[in-house]
Design a protein around this ligand. Sequence first.
Ligand code: DX5
Ligand code: ZN
Length: 219
Amino acid sequence: MSHYKIAPSILAADYANFEAELKRLEATGVDYIHIDIMDGHFVPNITFGADVVAAMRPHSKLVFDCHLMVSNPEQHIENFARAGADIVTIHAEATKHLHGALQKIRAAGMKVGVVINPGTPLVVIEPVLTLVDQVLLMTVNPGFGGQAYIPEVAEKIAALAQLREAKGLSFDIEVDGGIDNKTILSAKEAGANVFVAGSYLFKGDLQANVNTLKAALHD
Ligand code: DX5
Ligand code: ZN
């Protein structure tokens, strides 16, 4: 199995029809479902919470990759575990207790992810890299789908891949925001291996777009 993974963001799907959307996504051969949780506080927008994730859970066997764009994420971790989340990724900028919050995700039986915004340096997460299965580097400022990829993040991806090597660690490097058939190449070349895509995939033919992203990864 390829170590590259495509993670469609449900943020760009039809909210009135998650069951059908999940089945449609699963049929395209993607790996993860990326679920964007926004609280109207850490980011301006509001999406959905753990109850909606629980309602989706029976309709998909795919890995639920929950990206929590919420303040004080440590308060919500058990709810996401009960809802059936597989990976919970929290923002370093959203908690005063990053190390403890990541330990809480592990203790709740889920895979552990940490994420930083484009303006946040890697040094902020360096002390917790041994705790995580995944580091998400935002390639847009979080809050909305459909924004343009920030090319400068490629340097941070490459630096993180080097740091991982130097420390002998093996976490995945995920990127999120503005990923399409061109930007995916920049992120891949820099060292990312999990690619979130929302608006690119859902515009037009979903299967054809998934195939195009997969082809870009295997060139
Ligand atoms: C942005 C979200 C992303 C978003 C990506 O805050 O975290 O997951 O859905 O959407 P696109 O691919 O349209 O940039
Ligand atoms: Zn996201």
